[in-house]
Design a protein around this ligand. Structure first.
Ligand code: FDA
Length: 506
């Protein structure tokens, strides 16, 4: 069978000092379901109907990945790479085509080496953000790294797609703080920044690793934080349309040490109402924070009693949302999320103000639908200083905020899925007048197959532009296709939204 031939090839292509045979899981292995499910983070893709791999390779050595690439190419198999499994559309562990595929699972490759002397760290792709944050805090209480707020996210997918967290206004995205990388290319060759060249390094810091190879590790530059930071997560239910309108006027202009997120959800106590939340981080003490917000955003009405001072690492747990204050920071090492359910997420960028009246209409629309949540994430600060061409991620100056549409539900099965997907698409359509246009931009890390899919046939270049221009804008997208043509002209590394190889004539 194809699996037998592939397995034989893997054994032939690996060094006997690093045997691969015990790292292979086929569907007839009793551990296969648990290995596959261990990093499924969206239960929409844990159904009997979900397309599953013919083999999972839980790599423990770079040579396993090299063998997987060489053998998958030889046997015409599609290969998926999974680090933390948080892809919103499950693209690291399922496929929407019928082609047989294998997964290279990176969770064993999770070492983290920190040099406090150089304020840098080498982090393997299979590490989680929680592990990275924990290791940094073990060495220093005044260093940190600007990345996502969910500790179970994997470094491989997160860094290669951008990496957005609550220090972006001070330090930018994760990719703005990456200084080197190790990548295994389509020929199975292990490259670093110097040997891969600046174009390919640029591509795998924001263009998604998946189109270009398997990222083995990233070298990051740590950032400095004060020993005491301040957090709060206040809720408001009154005057929301006015507060929301004011938030858009100020959130991207506040002191860059303030990250003030604004979230809305529907609460149903017999009557549906909107509740706003403001989960926030300030890189400084509460006295300064309250002074700044009383001056620049008095409508929020923040009181000092609502603020909590703590170390940066404690703020990571606080911001993750579901850990009570006082939870030991070893909780960051837990690889299992606290809850799992089916969900759908979409994204947008806001570049102009939304009036108070329009916010009222948006809230009414949310109430008509079910389970809608909107998160407004402020930009500005460091994000406006970095050129839109510096990395494939183009959403820099000119953006007030990124909107995240989130809907999650409890019921399993296709019927519930169709219903909730429809709700969130209605909400997204409703927001059209208030968000970026031509193209309507989106954030790669918030993968959304609604904005375009590639079948990688003869129209691959035209299909790629549909989602590519939204994630990267035209110029960055064109550069990504050029890099792709050079490093993977046969398009071995691909998924439903990867970069196709295109020439300037396509
Ligand atoms: P996963 O393993 O699913 O990989 C994602 C994609 O990258 C896939 O296409 C995969 O094939 C590819 N890939 C993975 N490892 C690779 C490697 N080593 N080399 C090449 N390609 C590789 N985002 C954000 O910016 N800020 C945030 O705060 C959050 N919060 C958040 C919370 C929760 C609960 C979820 C589910 C997701 C987020 N995200 C997020 C989104 C997250 O950043 C995004 O899904 C990342 O791609 C996840 O990376 P993983 O490695 O976990 O995913």
């Amino acid at each position: 069978s194809i699996t037998d031939n592939f397995t034989r090839c893997l054994n032939n292509h690996t060094n006997p000092s690093f045997p691969i045979s015990e790292q292979l899981y086929t569907p007839d292995n009793s551990s296969y379901p648990s290995v596959l499910q261990a990093y499924i983070r969206n239960l929409r893709f844990n159904e009997t109907t979900t397309h599953k791999p013919i083999l999972i390779i839980t790599a423990t050595h770079a040579s396993h990945i090299q063998a997987a690439i060489v053998c998958a190419r030889k046997h015409g198999l599609l290969m998926k790479t999974r680090s933390g499994g948080h892809d919103y559309e499950g693209l690291s562990y399922t496929s929407y085509t019928n082609q047989p595929f294998v997964i290279v699972d990176m969770f064993n490759l999770r070492s983290i080496h920190i040099s406090m002397e150089h304020e840098t760290a080498w982090v393997q792709s299979g590490a989680t953000l929680g592990e990275l944050y924990y290791q940094i805090a073990e060495k220093s209480n005044t260093h940190a790294f600007p990345s996502g707020v969910c500790p179970t996210i994997g470094v491989g997918g997160h860094f290669s797609g951008g990496g957005y967290g609550n220090m972006i206004r001070k330090y930018g995205l994760s990719i703005d703080n990456i200084v080197d990388a190790e990548l295994i290319d389509a020929n199975g060759k292990l490259l670093n920044r110097k040997s891969m060249g600046e174009d390919l390094f640029w591509a795998i810091t924001g263009g998604g690793g998946v189109s270009f190879g398997v990222v083995l590790s990233y070298k990051i530059k740590l950032v400095r934080v004060p020993p005491v930071v301040t957090v709060f997560n206040i809720k408001r239910v009154e005057n929301l349309s006015y507060i929301a309108h004011r938030w858009l006027q100020v959130a991207d202009k506040l002191d860059d040490k303030i990250f003030l997120r604004m979230t809305f959800r529907v609460v149903n106590n017999g009557e549906k109402t909107i509740q706003a939340g403001f989960p926030s981080l300030y890189l400084g003490n509460s006295t300064n924070l309250v002074t700044l917000l009383k001056k620049d955003f008095p409508e929020l009405g923040l009181e000092k009693s609502e603020c909590i001072e703590m170390s940066w690492i404690e703020s990571v747990l606080f911001y993750a949302g579901s850990f009570p204050i006082g939870t030991p920071i070893t909780a960051l090492l837990n690889r299992k999320p606290q809850s799992l359910n089916p969900f759908k997420i979409k994204s947008d960028y806001v570049k102009t103000l939304i009036s108070q009246k329009d916010f009222e209409l948006i809230f009414e629309k949310m109430k008509e639908l079910e389970n809608q949540q909107l998160y407004f994430n402020p930009y500005g600060g460091r994000m406006s200083e970095i050129s839109e061409f510096s990395k494939p991620f183009p959403h820099r100056s000119g953006n007030i905020a990124k909107v995240q549409y989130l809907v999650n539900w409890e019921e399993l099965g296709v019927e519930a899925e169709i219903r909730y997907l429809n709700f969130t698409r209605v909400m997204y359509d409703y927001m059209t007048p208030f968000v970026s246009k031509n193209p309507r931009e989106a954030f790669l890390n918030y993968r959304d197959l609604d904005i375009g899919v590639n079948s990688h046939g003869k129209n691959a270049c035209a299909e790629g532009m549909v989602y590519g221009h939204k994630y990267f804008r035209k110029s960055n997208y064109n550069r990504l296709t050029m890099v792709k043509s050079r490093v993977d002209p046969e398009n071995f590394f691909r998924n439903e939204q990867s970069i196709p190889p295109c020439s300037s004539n396509d």
